[in-house]
Write a protein that binds this ligand. Structure first.
Ligand code: ATP
Ligand code: MG
Length: 243
């Protein structure tokens, strides 16, 4: 029997919830496999926030607070895992929250927006257009929302779309447990941490950063260095895993 406060117990409860959300149509079947990949990397990282992730989270807060027009992009997995945490982050940094889906139907967009609103998020909806340079449904976004953003926070993002946003000249913050993914390597900043640990940490940093620390973090931002540190932490953990 796994004790109720063990991270593995938590992940079993979350897995049940993700399956329920998939049955409702909020999480796509593909989203479930992406969740499993995230779980595997979280195992390797030790189901905790590493030192380098903590720096990345504080840097993410500094970037969000400095941005002119920050937008948080939400997909089915993010809404299912963390709608209340998105509401808290929105209150702390003032970003727009917009739904953007790989497997897009009007019905799914409506369901996910409703889930977010129920959790206290102010959702930026309105008419979407095919504005991003992508061939699939993730091209759809709002002209005054993501299209106009100078910074986009993309939790659990796909590599193609991350690349497209960077090519459009936007700053991109990714939250991705896999430091080797195309998203992690393409983003301006990658937070290698589990979504439900990362979002509250970024929110907390939004309210505790001094302007001095904010300037220091922005000056020293080096995503390659942070990804390398994340890999070092995984490697160190693996080399002692059987001790
Ligand atoms: P890429 O397209 O960037 O190369 P990919 O094709 O391997 O990545 P996607 O399904 O496109 O993966 O993106 C989902 C990413 O989200 C995966 O890298 C996965 O590890 C990560 N992920 C899944 N669940 C979580 C979570 N709860 N917290 C943080 N990251 C997660
Ligand atoms: Mg992908």
């Amino acid at each position: 029997m796994i004790p109720a406060d063990h991270p593995r117990y938590r992940s079993l409860v979350i897995r049940e919830r993700m399956a329920a959300f998939a049955r409702e149509g909020i999480v796509s079947w593909e989203g479930l496999t992406a969740h499993g990949r995230g779980e595997a990397f979280d195992y390797l990282i030790g189901e905790r926030t590493t030192d380098s992730a903590r720096i990345a989270e504080r840097t993410a807060a500094a970037m969000l607070l400095c941005a002119r027009h920050p937008v948080i992009s939400i997909n089915g997995n993010t809404a299912a895992l963390a709608a209340p945490a998105i509401a808290a982050l929105q209150r702390a940094c003032g970003a727009l929250v917009e739904v953007n889906l790989f497997h897009r139907t009007e019905e799914r967009v409506r369901q996910i927006e409703a889930l977010l609103r129920d959790a206290g998020v102010t959702v930026f909806s309105g008419t979407a257009e095919q504005l991003l340079p992508l061939s699939h449904d993730r091209a759809w976004c709002r002209r005054e929302g993501m299209y106009a953003a100078d910074l986009v926070l993309v939790p659990l993002e796909d590599g193609d779309r991350c690349e497209a946003l960077v090519r459009m000249g936007k700053q991109v913050i990714a939250i991705d447990l896999n430091p080797l993914s195309r998203t992690a390597r393409t983003a301006t900043l990658t937070v290698v941490d589990e979504l439900t640990r990362a979002l509250p940490a970024i929110t907390d940093a939004c309210t505790t950063l001094t302007s001095r620390e904010q300037a220091q973090l922005l000056d020293s931002l080096d995503n390659h260095y942070l990804l390398k540190k994340a890999m070092d932490e995984i490697t160190a953990r693996l080399s002692h895993a059987l001790d």
